[in-house]
Design a protein around this ligand. Structure first.
Ligand SMILES: Nc1ncnc2c1ncn2[C@@H]1O[C@H](COP(=O)(O)OP(=O)(O)OP(=O)(O)O)[C@@H](O)[C@H]1O
Length: 246
């Protein structure tokens, strides 16, 4: 389980996170939503020690990771994989070689074993037949799925997705949604998804937290958001230009 407890973070005079608290339960698909610049990426970077809070605590599986030094962060990063918005695959390696890389580096598998295991991992994301292709030969959606396969190589308990469907065509975006849902349902992975994509949110989220002006505006399931009388929540989820959001 992940707990953010009264987390505060400022950059110079800018108070990005003022007092943010919520828990993410094991196995759920948990979305973090809110306007551009509200601090969604800043928040998830705290989980893996890419940022440290100015105040408050972050707990992961019973340990306060917000006080960990680099050495103690290492196993945390193995447990929490990140899938960045732009797939960071090596263009000069095949998809299978890309997925095999962390298996060789962190699990010590020999090249042949790592490649065989990489092909099994590609199957999880329905990309097995593309193992010998190079990333530039594939579309964005397929590259994203390979990046997800690579993120899964070290059997993380948590996968942090930063805007996984942004810049994908609608069909590829829905395939990525389906995959995120499957990872929770079949592997028990906990997914934390930063997203603006209303279709994803209302199709696959178990729970959603909305950040607004440095605070949690609403935390709840899809029905709680759809039925919320809060005009800020309603404006965000309907994507309306008119309303209280500045
Ligand atoms: N390392 C940093 N140094 C200074 N300011 C930063 C740093 N990282 C983030 N910020 C600022 O913190 C604020 C929140 O950024 P963040 O990237 O978390 O927004 P976001 O909610 O993820 O937005 P988007 O949806 O556009 O990705 C922004 O104003 C950003 O400029």
């Amino acid at each position: 389980m992940i707990s953010f407890r009264n987390v505060r973070k400022s950059f110079g005079p800018k108070d990005v996170l003022k007092d943010v608290s919520f828990d993410v339960e094991d196995g759920e698909v948990f979305f973090i939503i809110g306007q551009s610049g509200v601090g969604k990426s800043v928040l998830i970077k705290h989980l893996v020690g890419l940022l440290y809070p100015d105040g408050g605590e972050i707990w992961l599986d019973g340990e306060e990771v917000s006080r960990f030094d680099e050495a103690r962060m290492y196993p945390v990063r193995m447990k929490c994989a990140m899938v960045f918005q732009h797939s960071t695959l090596f263009d000069s390696m095949t998809c299978a070689e890309n997925v095999a890389l962390p298996l060789r580096k962190h699990k010590g598998l020999r090249p042949k074993e790592a490649l065989a295991e990489a092909r099994r991992r590609l199957e999880l994301v329905h990309m097995r037949e593309f193992g010998d292709r190079f990333p530039p030969e594939l579309g964005d959606g397929m590259r994203k799925r390979v990046a997800i396969a690579r993120a899964l190589t070290l059997d993380p308990r948590y996968v942090l997705f930063d805007e996984p469907t942004t810049s994908l065509d609608p069909v590829s975006a829905r395939r990525v949604d389906k995959l995120i849902r499957e990872l929770s349902d079949t592997l028990g992975v906990t997914s934390i998804v930063v997203s603006h994509d209303l279709v994803s949110i209302f199709t696959i989220a178990d729970r959603i937290v909305m950040l607004y002006q440095g605070l949690v505006r609403l935390l709840g399931d899809r029905a709680a958001f759809q039925g919320s009388p809060d005009p800020v929540v309603q404006q965000f989820i309907t994507g309306s230009a008119e309303g209280p959001i500045e």
